[in-house]
Write a protein that binds this ligand. Sequence first.
Ligand code: TYD
Length: 202
Amino acid sequence: MLVTLEGIDGSGKTTVWEALRDARSGDDDDGFTFTAEPTDSWYGEAVRRSEVADDADPLAELFLFTADHADHLSRVVEPALERGDVVVSDRYSDSRYAYQGAALDGEINRAMEYVRGIHQPWTRPPDLTLYFDVDPETGAARSGATNKFEQAEFLADVRQNYEQLVDYDPERFVRIDATQSPEAVIEDAEDVLGRVLHADDG
Ligand code: TYD
């Protein structure tokens, strides 16, 4: 089973991902693989460089993020799923659809559909996505608005794209109110994950 954590910057999903990871044994054979995009491979490093470059070309950036995803999929996600692990990824393909869909809006016709289209033939869609929902002002304030992706105006567009993705695929997404305290958000996420994994067992 592939579980992804998605939301705008400052939604707190990385804190939740860490809590979910730390609550599990952390042994290599505990049946869980905790992973994230951007990755720490050299593809991921290229992505990080682009992120802080204000003059980065958004189309070039889309393909950097997408290259990182392709490598992540073949090197980490697919082998873990083949071992029977539950894979929990902090960000995944929906981040590209939402963020690069917003970044390319006005440059490419139906940008989010275009970004989904280039993934569709080869990606592995998640089975479950926890969507950490927070308003863009809170998200930007929490993230410190230090890079181009963390500005409230941009995050408002990203959030709209996430809402569109939820509409396309309502049974895959579970919305979590990320304006709550970190403890409450973590509890909600554990509840959802516990329920889904239990149902999968039975
Ligand atoms: P993030 O998960 O916030 O990593 P960290 O908090 O460790 O820096 O991701 C970094 C930024 O990259 C974030 O602003 C979202 C953006 N991003 C995209 O634009 N497209 C993508 O495909 C991914 C994975 C991230």
